[in-house]
Ligand binder design. Structure first.
Ligand code: FMN
Length: 205
């Protein structure tokens, strides 16, 4: 593994206290979202939506929805990472740039579209699983990208889902999966917590 990425994974820890006086500019925020969308997804669905919450008013709204967790207001930005349902319906459009770039043959794209329709169209549970898988991979990619840019990050699952959907006008097919905070830590970061022993959570078969 690339040494710097290895170190970054070993050093990353969740930050709860941010220096609210240090913002990120729009190009930094956009770059983080661009890097997040380089995450992989089934069939190359790209079945995600990212919302960067950075204005004072939007942060205040989100803090209320996230059980009053102060880091949502103090972080330079909090990303709402959503997964989207019915990914098969927009797959042909999602694959178009790969066809144009010559990185995916037309017959493979056609077979993926047919296969995705057969698997997902009548399976709302699979659509939801896929939305959560894709959003989670995008979230972790965003976290690593931010840490690699020298920022600190945190992850928040504690939020009121219906309230978030309403406050940020999410569409019926957009599922808010996780919030990711990013910015500059205000204090010395806590070290990463020790993990359960590998022998308990991993096996070689
Ligand atoms: C799905 C998920 C939900 C989380 N929700 C919250 C949260 O609501 N508030 C919070 O302060 N931390 C939250 N965390 C952070 C975890 O507590 C943290 O990742 C864990 O304690 C391990 O610490 P580390 O990331 O520093 O190693 C969440 C993390 C994940 C992955």
């Amino acid at each position: 593994m690339n040494t710097s990425l290895h170190t970054l994974i070993e050093k990353r820890s969740t930050t709860s206290h941010f220096d609210a006086s240090k913002p990120l500019n729009n190009s930094q925020i956009t770059e983080l979202m661009r890097l997040a969308t380089l995450a992989p997804s089934a069939y190359h669905f790209q079945n995600w939506k990212l919302i960067a919450v950075c204005s004072s008013s939007a942060k205040a709204r989100l803090k209320d929805i996230a059980m009053g967790q102060a880091q949502v207001e103090e972080a330079a930005v909090t990303f709402i990472i959503c997964g989207t349902l019915m990914p098969h319906q927009q797959l042909a459009a999602a694959l178009r740039p790969s066809l144009d770039a010559g990185t995916l043959p037309q017959e493979i794209a056609d077979s993926w579209v047919a296969s995705a329709h057969a698997s997902y169209a009548d399976n709302p549970q699979l659509q939801r699983d896929e939305a959560i898988r894709s959003a989670s991979l995008a979230a972790m990619t965003l976290i690593l990208a931010a840490e690699g840019m020298g920022l600190s990050t945190g992850t928040i699952g504690g939020f009121d889902t219906p309230a978030l959907i309403e406050a940020f006008s999410l569409k019926a097919d957009e599922i808010p999966v996780i919030l990711v905070t990013a910015g500059y830590a205000s204090a010395e970061k806590r070290p990463q917590k020790p993990r359960r022993p590998l022998s308990e959570v991993a096996e070689l078969v």
